[in-house]
Design a binder for this molecule. Structure first.
Ligand code: FUC
Length: 830
């Protein structure tokens, strides 16, 4: 980059940055029109309750969700008669008779579930709150916004010089959605409120100044809809009156109105739906009704910012920030708007805090925001990539508490998955296939050709291990050890010796959703499976070592790990997706399962296994960039791990381009409200890209904390605060001219902090130790990638041709202490 351009850029950056900070618009999504479509409406949520706000001046719509309103009732979906055909199925696969194997499996796990089984239940909406404002058809100075820095949505406009303001929030502290209606003049608030629902069975009434809707969720497959829900809306008017008019409420001539929306269901846990929905919704209202709305607002903002403020990201601000957010998405590819990437990053964190709170359900395919009774893929939990992707930002972007709902679900699955392991495979431990739902089903769904992938638990259990690696909580590790052991035990029992090399492999399985030249999906020993089992076994061995128990079991796992199939390089120089060299150069499938080992796994290191690293890069090149939203989100992370910042940024650009508003398709993008498009909407791409942006700035999986591993030319200057690294470290740093400037490392556990940096630094508090290539990191949370390597990929040490020049230093830290490092200035000649 030319120096003069850089200087200009830096000046612009600081000037506009100041003015924008002053305007407090760093974290704003804003629009000059109401939403006409759902994909334009703005999401708020408190983990359990969600609303999409349309913001119409004369007709407001809040589309409401509650996270436990799902079709169906408790119960699993394990298919009968599978175990009887399993030996034959395995033989057919090993004989290469894949189609026959798939046909046989389909007789037990058909595409459409038999009347006595199900393919998972749908997450369903609660209802709609409609507010009419008579006479507000024509308004001026309309503005609709979402402030993700405070989790507040707002609509303002004027009529005859009177300004009307609506503010919306979903508070976890007070467990309600609150809407505050005010006007610049007394007595001007007139509106009527109505509730309805897209469900088949519901009733609505107004009673004692409260609007109440009671309903029940839908039937699906072999399950009856038995989730009862109650929505309550209480308007508290200041001045004016509230009257009942049939099944609606009318507010007249009020100075201000606060609407409280609460939703209760009968759901207690996946086995128990004996709660009282109406009573739950009522009791929340009773608690908030007497409170000062200003206090509720302040408590909400405090509570939200406790999480959100942990991380800040500044990539620079340009004039684009003055445009509406939908315009910025249209312009992103051709303009200069690094701030939109930072906003999109923070929007992912906003969505995670708003859809996944301690004690809530994990974020599903749409987080908690869904207006359809039959949403795409039931808006459930697809665990062959999507649900895991939702949680990629959790640890790294300092939201570990938001990870708990997923960890809780994995603990549930470790119970319900025992039946699937025993009944389907005759195995110990637990297993779950490629989907689950509120009821924690563990059998296959969508027929054997998609669903017979017994690896969901293997992937999900990585999240427990990663939670430990970031936070270092031994008690947590002790608590989840049986879950890790259960998943390892399952693979101990089901692994089969394949005839050609005698490797231990999973059979039958698949490389999620991709077909191979045998015309089928069913296969044995796919690369992703091998990588996943390797991680399952490695986590168990490491956990047993750390806790110093169960050594005999860990030893047997360790021996089996030696017998797993290795990663292999195929005829195009690609990392093979399958055990045989079947990959096609023109395969553009959205799943890049065999690259799990590169990301989110850490089995492919540029420093220790450059051959595999190059092969992974070739595979990704062949796959191409364009795809659905989540696939592009994954590729941002993969290119970051391949240390190619410009290519990662290109993927961000593809993802931040306008998504088609109509229909389904194979090419994703971003909707006006910044929701990711599969299309239609699927939230995983938001979360994947958020993680990817962080992964471009910091990585901590490969023996060190690497700062600026994949910085694109588009972000020459910036600063980030609060990102987390494995081993209990929190790191802030700034950069300029692709060099790290100031770094602050906070250590919560103490121990060696090995940094990999693009340039030399000095530390104010202590002396940094330079690291010799190949030297082992003494920090127990840092493990070099270890792979089974019979192909003798040379293990190289630094420096290796083609890799960026970096320096490696060790910083000895104490728990609870903070360290400051600065770029080492070159000595100027006298
Ligand atoms: C996986 C993907 C689809 C979709 C679905 C929810 O099956 O292959 O693209 O994202 O999950």
């Amino acid at each position: 980059m030319k120096k003069s351009f850089l200087i200009l850029w830096v000046i612009l950056f600081s000037l506009v940055s100041c003015s924008v900070n002053n305007e407090e618009s760093q974290h704003l999504l804003w629009y000059d029109r109401p939403a006409e479509r759902w994909e334009e409406a703005l999401p708020i949520g408190n983990g359990r309750l969600g609303a999409m706000i349309f913001g119409g001046a004369d007709h407001e719509l809040l589309q409401l969700n509650e996270e436990t309103i799902w079709a169906g009732e408790p119960g699993n979906n394990i298919p009968g008669g599978f175990r009887e055909v399993l030996p034959e199925l395995r033989s057919l696969v090993f004989e290469g008779k894949y189609r026959e194997a798939e046909e046989l499996a389909m007789t037990r796990i058909p595409r459409y579930p038999p009347p006595d089984n199900n393919h998972g239940m749908a997450y369903q909406p609660a209802g709609n709150l409609r507010i009419s404002f008579p006479g507000h058809g024509k308004v001026k100075e309309y503005r609709r916004e979402l402030d993700i820095g405070n989790a507040l949505a707002k609509v303002t406009y004027t009529i005859d010089q009177v300004t009307y303001t609506r503010e919306y929030l979903a508070t976890a502290a007070d467990r309600v959605i609150m809407v505050r209606l005010t006007a610049g003049k007394k007595g001007m608030i007139n509106c009527s409120l109505k509730l309805d629902s897209p469900h088949e069975k519901w009733t609505v009434r107004s009673d004692k100044g409260i609007l109440a809707l009671d309903g029940v969720s839908g039937d699906q497959d072999n399950k009856r809809g038995r989730v009862r829900f109650g929505i309550r809306v209480l308007p508290v008017a200041e001045g004016g009156v509230v009257t009942e008019a049939g099944d609606s409420l009318v507010v007249s001539a009020a100075d201000a109105v606060t609407l409280f929306v609460s939703i209760g269901t009968n759901f207690n846990d996946y086995r128990d739906i004996t709660g009282d929905a109406g009573q739950r919704a009522d009791s929340v209202l009773t608690t908030v009704a007497g409170k000062d709305p200003a206090e509720i607002r302040a408590a909400h903002v405090r509570d939200y910012r406790e999480y959100f403020d942990r991380v800040s990201l500044d990539l620079g601000v340009t004039d684009s920030v003055r445009n509406t957010t939908d315009r910025r998405v249209v312009d992103f590819a051709h303009g200069n708007d690094p701030h939109l990437a930072a906003l999109y990053f923070q929007f992912g964190r906003y969505l995670l805090i708003s859809s996944s709170r301690p004690g809530s359900q994990p974020a599903n395919l749409q987080g908690i925001w869904n207006d359809r009774v039959s949403p795409p893929w039931d808006s459930k939990y697809t665990i062959n990539i999507n649900t895991e992707m939702n949680y990629w930002p959790a640890e790294l972007t300092a939201l570990p508490e938001m990870h708990w709902p997923l960890i809780g679900m994995v603990k549930d699955l470790a119970v319900t998955g025992r039946d699937a392991a025993g009944e389907m495979y005759g195995a110990r431990g637990w297993v779950v296939h490629h989907n689950t739902d509120l009821w924690r089903i563990t059998g296959p769904v969508d027929g054997a050709s998609y669903g017979l992938w017994p690896m969901g638990g293997a992937w999900l259990s990585q999240h427990l291990w990663q939670h430990y690696l970031y936070g270092g909580d031994r008690e947590f590790l002790t608590e989840i050890y049986p879950v890790l052991k259960g998943v390892a035990m399952f693979y101990m029992d089901v692994l089969q010796r394949e005839p050609e090399h005698d490797w231990l492999v999973v059979n039958p399985s698949m490389s999620p959703e991709n077909t191979h030249p045998g015309g089928a999906r069913m296969a044995a020993g796919t690369t992703m499976d091998n990588q996943l089992v390797f991680d399952v076994f490695s986590n168990l061995v490491d956990a047993s070592g750390i806790l110093d128990w169960d050594h005999a079991f860990a030893d047997s796992v360790s021996r089996l790990r030696e017998m797993l199939a290795p990663m292999q390089i195929g005829r195009f120089g690609q990392l093979q997706e399958w055990m045989a060299d079947w990959d096609r150069a023109d395969d553009r499938h959205r799943h890049v399962s065999h690259l799990y080992g590169l990301y989110p796994g850490n089995q492919v290191s540029p420093w220790s296994h450059p051959g595999l690293f190059r092969a992974a890069r070739n595979s990704l090149e062949y796959r191409g960039d364009e795809s659905t939203g989540w696939s592009m989100g994954w590729k941002v992370n993969l290119w970051a791990r391949l240390l190619d910042g410009n290519r990662a940024h290109k993927l961000i650009t593809d993802q931040l381009s306008p998504a088609p508003l109509e229909g389904w398709g194979q090419h994703g993008g971003t909707y006006p409200n910044l929701f990711d498009a599969h299309p239609p909407f699927q939230i995983d791409g938001n979360f994947g890209c958020t993680a990817g942006i962080a992964e471009m700035l910091i990585q901590s999986h490969d023996g060190a904390i690497f700062l600026l591993p994949a910085l694109p030319d588009a972000w020459p200057v910036g600063r980030v605060r609060g990102l987390r690294a494995r081993g209990g470290f929190t790191v802030d740093f700034s950069w300029r001219e692709m060099q790290v400037e100031d770094v602050t490392v906070h250590s919560s556990l103490g121990g060696n902090c090995r940094l990999r940096l693009p340039n030399e630094v000095v530390c104010k508090e202590t002396v940094l130790q330079p690291v010799e290539p190949g030297e082992k990191n003494s920090n127990p949370y840092y493990r070099q990638p270890r792979i089974k390597d019979p192909l003798n990929h040379a293990t190289v040490e630094l420096p290796s041709p083609g890799l960026p020049q970096t320096v490696l230093v060790d910083l000895a830290t104490e728990a609870g202490k903070t360290y400051h490092l600065n770029r080492k200035q070159e000595l100027k000649p006298q």
